[in-house]
Design a protein around this ligand. Structure first.
Ligand SMILES: C[S@@+](CC[C@H](N)C(=O)[O-])C[C@H]1O[C@@H](n2cnc3c(N)ncnc32)[C@H](O)[C@@H]1O
Length: 228
């Protein structure tokens, strides 16, 4: 297993133990729901699988809008928070290892309306991303949707790269707010259709915000694909 992949998972478990984790859904996922799932695809129900679901803010949003939540994360603390937040669906939340997880053992194949991987796949090697995408393709029903974000090189984190480590860049953040070393698998926009094949590309959007002067925009790509 990649040591960088394992290190990222461990760092997140420590963060969750310290109270980290979204309470509210991110605005780009509310827009994804409104602009693509509802308006374009008329999709307003069905099971959603959230890979790297964290403390469950996005699954709770989808639950409140007619979907059934399923999710997994490497952080035991985060998965426990999902169970507390959505107790009636507690059996749908799973702790997985940082690599080699078999999602097909966790949930029924060919049924999911949506597979979501928000701000998680860039902690994985290309090989592991390929494995997860293959499993996502088996979990999603024909016509179902695959949503994944990847960190872009225009994200300010790319200015803090100090070394290469296989598929990852070593990022050393030294802003007044954040002093942290992480390993990120950055991608260009034109790499995404191949990375997320066999899903057919529907949209490649982006999101990001620049709040503190000395930092920069938090640019991410947002890939939306369909299982034909
Ligand atoms: C930036 S957080 C995003 C959490 C959530 N998707 C969200 O949008 O709020 C990254 C998440 O990925 C999880 N994670 C890190 N490495 C992972 C891995 N190898 N497999 C699954 N989840 C992982 C972390 O525990 C953390 O919850």
């Amino acid at each position: 297993m990649s040591g960088e992949q394992q290190q990222s998972a461990q760092q997140y478990e420590e963060k969750y133990k310290g109270g980290y984790g979204l309470v509210y859904p991110e605005s780009h996922l509310i827009r994804l729901h409104r602009h693509i799932l509802e308006w374009e695809l008329h999709l307003d129900s069905g099971p959603v699988f959230d890979f790297g679901c964290g403390a469950g803010a996005h699954l709770k949003y989808f639950l409140d809008h007619g979907f059934t939540p399923y999710g997994c994360d490497t952080s035991t603390t985060a998965v426990e928070r999902c169970k507390t937040l959505m107790p009636e669906h507690a059996r749908n939340f799973f702790v997985v290892p940082p690599s080699g997880s078999n999602l097909l053992d966790l949930a029924p194949t060919g049924r999911f309306a949506v597979f979501l991987a928000n701000q998680v796949l860039y902690y994985l090697t290309d090989e592991e991303i390929g494995r997860i995408v293959g499993q996502a393709h088996s979990l999603v029903r024909p016509g179902g949707v695959f949503v994944a974000s990847m960190m872009a090189y225009s994200c300010w984190y790319a200015r803090c790269v100090t070394a290469e480590a296989g598929d990852f860049k070593r990022v050393e953040l030294v802003s007044p707010r954040q002093q942290e070393t992480m390993f990120i698998n950055f991608k260009n926009r034109d790499e995404l259709p191949h990375l997320f094949r066999p899903f057919r590309r529907l949209h490649i959007g982006s999101y990001g915000s620049h709040i503190r002067d000395e930092e920069g925009s938090t640019d991410h790509w947002l890939f939306v694909g369909i299982r034909d």
